[in-house]
Design a protein around this ligand. Structure first.
Ligand code: GTP
Ligand code: ZN
Length: 207
């Protein structure tokens, strides 16, 4: 008798369609995916990364406040722009936009966590814990499944977060190189970035 794996990789993300996506950094193709929980994710693909030995990839975690609303509490918006610009300059690569807002706790809980930080002086980790959440509830299995579907399983990853490298590798992706992506440091996010370095091991150096 054979038993089914708990999370068959083929069920992690199903591709639903694709289209042109012209941007100021060049033309991407946008691929839609739905995961096993019904969450919607996208991949922006430029060039032929499936034919490249190790294309440039960014796995970006959704941050509505930073990516769309210009918040300076974090560095997400400038990182997103920097990643798209670098892929545009390379003429090839993939940006996975993962809908794991608030490190996986969701937008409304992130706003609650921001409130705890404002009222109680908690840092980003303490605020999650005060609300009963893990400091980082993200899972990179969906991103790995999306990359596999796109034929990209060996890559260079734009990130400062060593956990992201480990998470993708645990899901079967070969990260040949980690490339730092430092953008958007400002007086409002200084303490947040220092906490990420101290408690999550984020690398804030240029290598
Ligand atoms: N719960 C919570 N989530 C936050 C907070 N600040 C930012 N986020 C979320 O954190 C995620 C981005 O994580 P980061 O740690 O900035 O970056 P990363 O993706 O881990 O690493 P990089 O690849 O180096 O950017 C997004 O989903 C944000 O919405 C916060 O104070 N609390
Ligand atoms: Zn952010």
């Amino acid at each position: 008798m054979t038993s089914e794996p708990a999370n068959p990789p083929e069920l992690k993300a199903t591709e639903t369609g694709e289209a042109r996506l012209p941007t100021q950094w060049g033309e991407f193709r946008i691929h839609g995916f739905e995961d096993a929980h019904g969450s919607e994710h996208v991949a922006l693909v430029m060039g032929q990364p499936d034919a490249a030995p190790a294309p440039l990839v960014r796995v970006h975690s959704e941050c509505l406040t930073g990516d769309a609303l210009f918040s300076q509490r974090c560095d997400c918006g400038p990182q997103l722009e920097a990643a798209m610009k670098r892929i545009g300059e390379a003429g090839e690569g993939v940006l996975i936009y993962l809908r794991q807002e608030g490190r996986g706790i969701g937008l409304l809980n992130k706003i609650r966590a921001y409130g705890v930080q404002d009222r109680e002086g908690a840092d980003t980790v303490e605020a999650n814990e005060a609300l009963g959440f893990a400091p980082d509830a993200r899972d990179y299995g969906v991103a790995a499944a999306m990359l596999s579907t796109l034929g990209v399983e060996r890559l260079k990853l734009l990130t400062n977060n060593p956990q992201k490298v480990l998470g993708l590798e645990a899901a079967g992706i070969q990260v040949l190189e980690r490339l730092p992506i430092l953008a958007g440091r400002n007086p409002h996010n200084h303490a947040y970035l220092e906490t990420k370095a101290a408690k999550f091991g984020h690398r804030l150096d240029q290598d």
